[in-house]
Design a protein around this ligand. Sequence first.
Ligand code: COA
Length: 429
Amino acid sequence: MAIRPTSQNSPLETENQGNHPSSAIPSVGIDGLSFYVPGQYLPLEELAKARDVDVGKFHTGLGQEKMAVLSPDEDIITLAAEAARPLLTDIDLSSLDAVILATESGVDQSKAGAIYIHGLLDLPSSCKAFEVKQACCSSTAALQMALATVTLKPTKRILVIASDVARYGILSAGEPTQGAGAVAIMVSANPRLIAMDPEDGSYTRDVMDFWRPNYRDEALVDGKYSIKIYLEALENAFQSYQNESGRSIDDLYRFCYHLPFTRMGEKAHSFLHKKFGAGKPETFKQIEDSGIYNRQIGNCYTAALYLAITSLLENEAEDLSGKRIGLFSYGSGCMGTFFSGKVQAGYRDHLLTHQHQALLASREPLSIESYERMYQHALPIDGEEFQNPQHARGKFRLAGIEAHRRIYTADGPDHIPSITASAAELVEA
Ligand code: COA
């Protein structure tokens, strides 16, 4: 396969980004988007039956249909490495400046998960690797860090990977809003998908709406309060964005929100219009397509907003070339950032739409008993030697634990449509 140079144009070629002094800097943004999800899911009808809840609550009240469930031999590292693979096939790896992992399901207090990923993907030793954290919005902090670096060094690329497993506990209120998945985001100059605007607006406040102490592997959450604080962060972050950019709601053609469950996007969109819409009601067409994938996967924390962006670009029938989309990232605790970007001409030629749809269509449904069994799978914490049974469908596996070390391998079955089949084969299938 031909190696594509970092940029087909001069790296310092500029894009007119509006009336901001930013017009003097190169266009930087998202050049590729790839996601990965485990090979099985729990249909929420099954959960509703088992918990004696009307399924309308999950389908309509929360806007969720399926919940991705992790295999015993998968974790955020294997999900992240699988998500990144398709973005590495046609680039010169020596242009990769860094791989940044954003997660709130970290596997080690010291060693960055990005180093394991660096090893599994056989990245060059000149490529940095580190991990960032702030609940669900560290992926946006990582993206912004990457944009700044690529602005300074336009011949370089940065791979940001958001990977998480949302766990609230069996029988908890958060149970139907669990999920798992990873989104890999390639950042470059002259991006093929979205050129990011330099303006943003952020809001940070020390609150306890959701957190996970080091001794727990399930999050603690005050669900109703987290929705209230999400909206508080949205209002303040949008106000700052508006002040900095001079743009209003009417300058944004589509919106993607952080989606812990897709109904949250509707709540956020209505709220934003009530506050800033000058009396005009919201149009749900503006968010409809961004929720399609999240509805089938569930919450994947840091990856949720980037899954929504992928869903919008891959499912919206209208050509979005040249349109500006508004983006809201929220991380409990809390920090929220509102930012935006312009969809690039020809973006559809660079999406992995068929591969992603095949990845979702080839998953297996689980019974409630299998879900509960998989959920309760735990690794030893005393250093005891342990081998995971083969279950994951991907190439990368968490094979086990030896002397407190996580052992990853690249010897899985690799039954992944996004890697093994061409788009044409997937369409025929
Ligand atoms: N048909 C249709 N809708 C129904 C329904 C039915 N049979 N039964 C309930 N609903 C609706 C409710 O009216 C409610 O809608 P509303 O939000 O417009 O009021 C919605 O379903 C949820 O019901 P609710 O009783 O509020 O659910 P809950 O107490 O079980 O908690 C969460 C919902 C989201 C708070 C909970 O799942 C949670 O804590 N999740 C994790 C945290 C999270 O995702 N936070 C988000 C911000 S980061």
